[in-house]
Design a protein around this ligand. Structure first.
Ligand SMILES: [Zn+2]
Length: 171
């Protein structure tokens, strides 16, 4: 969703409350697909002199993926703080920065990158799961080898996604 910052822009230095819900698209990480329930972003935003907007708060959502050990469905609660600056008229082709034009911030990128940062290193279906089903051993070996090849680089994957989202978003 978008965040209307028109009032904040009229009162630089004044923090405004934010409580937004944002859908997050599925993310491919280490050969597995992680899906998210709609995320809540609660906190505040404030315009700086010059028009940049500081957005800070906490994102909460629940992520779903497969158990790293037995491949059963697994989920994890995500709670991750964010503190970012949206640059007025920033370079829209630079996935490293958050940018906006006009009087609205698009929260999708912020939500996605924050949610990914808050993911557990491994999903487990339950605490202490160590079961590898015999019939799946070959699959597991293959998937481990694939993870190895990909080098388990969630940030690279994220960067790719953000670049895609950026170029595919109509203004
Ligand atoms: Zn498990």
């Amino acid at each position: 969703m978008t965040l209307d910052v028109s009032q904040a822009l009229k009162q630089p230095g004044t923090a405004m409350p934010m409580d937004a819900e944002q859908a997050i698209a599925p993310v491919e990480i280490g050969g597995d697909t992680v899906t998210f329930e709609p995320a809540r972003l609660a906190g505040s935003f404030m315009a700086l002199e010059g028009g940049d907007i500081v957005v800070r708060g906490i994102l909460t959502t629940r992520a779903h993926a497969r158990c790293a050990n037995c491949l059963s469905p697994a989920e994890a609660d995500v709670e991750e703080e964010f503190d970012e600056v949206f640059h007025l008229g920033g370079d829209p082709d630079d996935p490293e920065i958050f940018a906006y034009t006009g009087q609205e911030l698009e929260l999708e990128q912020l939500a996605m990158s924050t949610a990914v940062l808050g993911l557990p290193i491994r999903f487990l279906c339950r605490e202490g799961c160590s079961r590898v089903p015999a019939f799946d051993v070959a699959d597991v070996v293959v998937s481990l080898a694939e993870d190895e090849e990909r080098g388990q680089r969630p940030f690279a994957a994220l960067k790719e996604l953000l670049a895609k989202a950026e170029s595919g978003t109509p203004e």
